[in-house]
Ligand binder design. Structure first.
Ligand SMILES: O=c1ccn([C@@H]2O[C@H](COP(=O)(O)OP(=O)(O)O[C@H]3O[C@H](CO)[C@@H](O)[C@H](O)[C@H]3O)[C@@H](O)[C@H]2O)c(=O)[nH]1
Ligand SMILES: [Mn+2]
Length: 410
């Protein structure tokens, strides 16, 4: 029984964060949410990624801070560093929903969390760095244009003590820490993957009940390389991922590899006649190629699965160059087994060359401002997916979690 007036919401301002958003959406579907899935994107997100997002999310809404008619833009023109912050605040404009749960694009849902909709605004979990502040990677809110404009006004008048949304939201909802314990979400709804280091015994005691893991901080799951054979995750440039983080990274990658990458292999984003875009390749030595030196984005996956083999516009890099560098620790890793995220420029506001990425089919998905009319309905994406199920047994069982629990803190 679906609940149509409540939604999970995430945000991606560029193609790289879209990889995370896709995993967030897919992980919610894996655990049979009955709420709608919404992704906020900015104009920098390329056409092909919009097509892929539309296969997971019910609604994709383009928010554009650069629209001259956007009052946020007019107010904040001189505060460019708050751009991404403001983008997150736009979730309050989703007034077609009575209640929403925001999830950062660097989170991974480990079980059904629809019970979060029983909470009121503003509910969030403590930040591991300063527990009297909440972390703004997971929060329950009630869309309201009035709240939205009050938030923007607060930002204009007071700025943000950390220069980003978390500082602003903590200042705005400043009685969160004391007013109502029901608005303190348990930490298991926003488990920082790095917390494993800082309080190992607590993780050992409670880690198995984690419901949402959050890869907060500068290193995101898509910065790692995944070994298909061993299921291990390798940090680019510096060997294996920490043992404590690895199970969660492995879960992220199992969703990404098993369910998100196949979405690239079907439909318009991967049409044979499309202009060069993300291509999913299969097997052979052309692995770990996603290097964008040529200007062409390619997503090359070596896998035993039956993905469509697509022609590539430019030759892939020789595999040994990258694999050798990124995996100094495991000599027995064969390059064919390594998978990386597509190489996409990560900087906010600067993403892929739309000319090379956007196939004609999706060029009509033009950028728009934030008013409700600008919503792009992309349904029935969800309905066209396979019926929700637990497709990855290992995700359901948390295979690595046990291993993590056996690891003692350093
Ligand atoms: O270039 C970017 C950067 C961020 N985001 C979105 O904004 C979120 C927050 O950024 P993130 O890199 O996840 O920040 P964290 O490492 O999680 O850092 C903390 O600090 C941020 C700034 O206050 C908060 O937004 C986070 O919730 C908080 O966990 C992401 O998940 C995305 O949804 C983008 O779409 N593009
Ligand atoms: Mn985050």
């Amino acid at each position: 029984m679906s609940v149509t007036d409540q939604a999970f919401v995430t945000l991606a301002t560029n193609d790289l964060y879209c990889q995370g958003a896709l995993v967030v959406g897919q992980s919610l579907r894996n655990h049979r949410t009955v709420r709608k899935l919404v992704v906020l994107i900015t104009p920098q997100v390329s056409g092909p990624l919009r097509v892929i997002l539309s296969r997971v999310f019910d609604e994709m809404i383009v928010v554009n801070l650069l629209d001259s008619e956007d009052y946020a833009h007019l107010t904040f023109l001189k505060r460019p560093e708050l751009g991404i912050t403001l983008t997150k605040l736009h979730c309050w404009t989703l007034t077609q929903y009575s209640k929403c749960v925001f999830l950062d694009a660097d989170t991974l849902v480990l079980s059904n969390i629809d019970e979060l909709f029983d909470r009121g605004e503003f509910s969030a979990a403590p930040d591991p760095g300063w527990p009297d502040c909440f972390n703004s990677g997971v929060f329950v809110f009630r869309p309201s244009l009035e709240t939205h404009s009050r938030l923007l006004q607060h930002a204009t008048e007071h700025g943000s003590f950390d220069g980003a949304d978390q500082g602003l939201l903590n200042a705005f909802f400043r009685n969160w820490a004391t007013a109502d314990i029901h608005k303190h979400l348990p930490f298991i709804y926003n488990l920082s993957s790095s917390t494993v280091y800082t309080y190992g015994p607590a993780f050992q005691q409670f880690g198995a009940s984690a419901k949402v893991v959050h890869f907060l901080g500068p290193r995101k799951p898509w910065n790692y390389t995944y070994n298909l054979q061993t299921g291990s995750v390798v940090e680019q440039g510096s060997g294996v991922a920490s043992r404590q983080q690895e199970p969660f990274l492995g879960l992220w990658w199992s969703v990404y590899h098993g369910q998100v990458l196949p979405l690239y292999a079907h439909g318009p984003a991967a049409r044979r006649d499309a202009s060069p875009g993300p291509a999913v390749c299969l097997g052979g030595p052309d692995v770990s190629c996603g290097n964008s030196a040529s200007g062409t984005r390619e997503l090359c996956v070596s896998s035993a699965s039956s993905m469509e083999v697509l022609p590539r516009a430019t030759p892939a890099l020789e595999p040994d160059a990258e694999v050798g560098e990124t995996d100094p620790s495991s000599e027995d890793c064969r390059s064919e087994d390594m998978v990386e995220c597509p190489e996409i420029e990560a900087s906010a506001g600067v993403t892929c060359d739309p000319q090379s990425l956007t196939p004609p089919l999706v060029q009509s998905a033009e950028t728009q401002s934030i008013s409700p009319e600008n919503k792009i309905e992309v349904g029935p994406a969800a309905d066209s997916l396979e019926p929700s199920q637990e497709p990855l047994a290992e995700v359901a069982r948390y295979p690595g979690l046990q291993q993590a629990l056996e690891v003692h803190p350093v």
